[in-house]
Design a protein around this ligand. Sequence first.
Ligand SMILES: C[S@@+](CC[C@H](N)C(=O)[O-])C[C@H]1O[C@@H](n2cnc3c(N)ncnc32)[C@H](O)[C@@H]1O
Length: 200
Amino acid sequence: MRQRHIKQATIENLSSMGVLFEPVYLDLSSYSKVHLEIGAGKGQFITSLAQDFPNELFIAIEMDKNVCYRIAEKKIEMKLDNLLILLTSAETITDWFYPQMIDIIYLNFSDPWPKAKHHKRRLTWPIMLEKYKTVLKQEGILQFRTDHFLFFEDSIDYIKSHFQIVNVNMHVEESRYMTEYEVKKRQLGAIYQVKGIKST
Ligand SMILES: C[S@@+](CC[C@H](N)C(=O)[O-])C[C@H]1O[C@@H](n2cnc3c(N)ncnc32)[C@H](O)[C@@H]1O
């Protein structure tokens, strides 16, 4: 999805705002719980969580520097020392995290890539699920939320061959933790969610 261009969203400015973009293995050992949102957009979901759980670590991955800038603005304004922002693509996660470091991965309103020839670009595609499994702890959780029914159905199929599905919700209730997309999309219809646990 094309994001609006922000003039100040340069690598220099993002770097001075604390955004990381050169892969380096992160030391996460001092945190009791590590949350990772992939494709975090403008960051409303992850920043609200980080604000409410100051003793846990939150990591936002976003590959678009314009929306990444919006997350960084929120981090500074809300003084969130427990939020890391990575300007990178999801494909690189195994270059940032040692195996079994993450407790929960969130995929919120990921691009649905509806055409069959583009399905392999989906963030729920099996190759990506393997990477998520690598960085998740044993019993770690993958949570996927979308408004796109066909994408949801396909994703359940992908997820169930890699994770044990523990919850399917066809009508996610409104909450304090919603992304910018969720706020918009729930005016148009149902929001779906599936949770899988890493059990092998
Ligand atoms: C449809 S938007 C949803 C944004 C946000 N999760 C929300 O719900 O408001 C999808 C976001 O995922 C990001 N994205 C897509 N593919 C990605 C990838 N491979 N790695 C990191 N971010 C990605 C896009 O740049 C975009 O910001």
